[in-house]
Design a protein around this ligand. Structure first.
Ligand SMILES: [Zn+2]
Length: 444
């Protein structure tokens, strides 16, 4: 049955940045018409959007569902000690039920906040639980198990051989890529250079190219991480990754805080993707990424909340707002990144990061009906002004009324339709307590 979203302000985020008033029609899983339309089908289901912005479903292109359960359990530490002392022992303590609880908690939070598509990095084991939760939640997304075949301080529960890492990744890709009517995608996920052997990185790059799937990793995040890579390989991480074949449009690198101008130009030329995670970069004391430079150089940049323990929210609105404000502060320029560019990171640009620019990222006829409807009739958004700056600077996650993915309503009147919120909260509390015990850690 057709769906009509009626009476909202349609923020298309298309190439001309058009903002329209009127209706958005959906047939099946795609947008069939936009704007002022004559005599709609009387049998169509109508979603009222008066006083609301109708925007493309938000895309978070770097998250860790496996870490949502560790929210609040890893604080006041920079990247490497944060990983070694807290995150890795907690990830190693996961079992299939805690993984399910963790993934569902993150998915519920992100969907309710208007996120319709994610690029996720898992941990070494229990990846089926992540994909299964994604499938049931109705979200569109990419994920892959973390690959870790080397590294000091990696707990035994996360260590794997090069062969195990590749074989299990390939098997998961064969099992999940293209599932749920194409909503699910595999993305190879060598965690970062310090946890991967050169052989693993080279072979993973080849496998991803052969299968035509994304390769997702972390790079140029914290200065100490970069120094450790240089001490190990004698070169900087970006150059090393390119040498291993991890560069170009299939390569998605989270962070890029430490990037130099020459690296940015080189990555832009090659088409390598970067994902900006401003809150995580602040909380792990990594720094402020050179967002303005990246955009000026033509780099394709997305945005993401990263993991709950380094944020502590999975809220796209916080990230969009921080991206714009921090760029202004970093550059001493109130127009360093415009509101439209900031929203673009989570829409049009986010789709490009994932290679899905023909399908999602803007509201255009023929594209997938991934739509978020945001209530602008709130004290903190009144009386209005420019709708895009309203969305970027005023809107919050709790303003999201409806979310559709593939034309299917997954959030209705602020309520999740696909997963049971009460049971997610209950299981998060139980599994959160148990995983700390299994990891032998105290709560802070
Ligand atoms: Zn990350």
């Amino acid at each position: 049955l057709d769906v009509i979203i009626r009476g909202g302000t349609i923020v298309t985020m298309d190439a001309e940045n058009r903002v329209l008033s009127g209706d958005l029609h959906i047939q099946g899983d795609r947008i069939s018409a936009l704007g002022q339309l004559p005599s709609p089908d009387p049998r169509a289901r109508v979603i009222r959007a008066d006083g609301c912005a109708v925007i493309p479903g938000l895309i978070q292109s770097h998250v860790h569902l496996c870490q949502t359960l560790f929210r609040g359990m890893a604080n006041e530490l920079p990247l490497l000690p944060w990983l070694k002392e807290r995150i890795w022992p907690l990830e190693a303590a996961h079992n299939p039920s805690s993984m399910r609880a963790s993934a569902e908690l993150g998915l519920a939070e992100m969907l309710k906040a208007g996120t319709s598509c994610i690029l996720d990095m898992g941990t070494v084991h229990h990846q089926d639980s992540v994909f299964d939760a994604m499938r049931r939640s109705g979200i569109r997304g990419f994920s892959g198990k973390a690959m870790m075949d080397r590294g000091r301080s990696v707990p035994a529960g996360l260590r794997e051989s090069t062969r195990q890492s590749l074989d299990s990744s390939r098997a998961l890709s064969a099992k999940w890529h293209g599932r749920a009517k194409g909503r699910l995608h595999y993305a190879y996920a060598p965690r970062f250079i310090l946890s991967c052997s050169p052989t693993l990185l080279r072979r993973t790059a080849r496998a991803a190219k052969d299968e035509g799937v994304l390769i997702h990793t972390h790079a140029a995040e914290h200065r100490a991480e970069r120094e450790a890579v240089r001490a190990q390989l004698g070169l900087d991480d970006i150059e090393a990754l390119e040498g291993f074949g991890i560069a170009g449009p299939q390569a998605v690198l989270a962070h890029g805080v430490q990037l130099r101008a020459a690296e940015i130009r080189r990555m832009a030329r090659l088409g390598t993707r970067v994902v900006h995670c401003p809150s995580a970069n602040l909380k792990l004391s990594s720094g402020l990424a050179p967002l303005k430079r990246m955009l000026q150089a033509g780099l394709v940049v997305g945005i993401g909340a990263d993991g709950a323990p380094c944020n502590n929210r999975m809220d796209p609105w916080t990230e969009i707002r921080q991206a714009a404000l921090l760029a202004m502060a970093r550059e001493g320029d109130a127009a360093a990144v415009t509101a439209s560019e900031a929203l673009g990171l989570a829409t049009r640009r986010g789709a490009e990061v994932l290679g899905l620019q023909e399908e999602i990222g803007s509201l255009e006829v023929g594209k997938k009906a991934d739509v978020t409807i945001v209530d602008l009739n709130q004290l903190h958004t009144a009386p209005g002004g420019d709708v895009i700056s309203q969305l970027v600077y005023s809107s919050t996650a709790s303003d999201v009324r409806h979310v559709l993915v593939d034309g299917r309503q997954v959030v209705r009147d602020g309520e999740l339709q696909t997963l049971d919120e009460a049971s997610i909260l209950r299981r998060a509390r139980t599994h959160g307590r148990r995983i700390l015990e299994r990891a032998g850690l105290s709560s802070s």
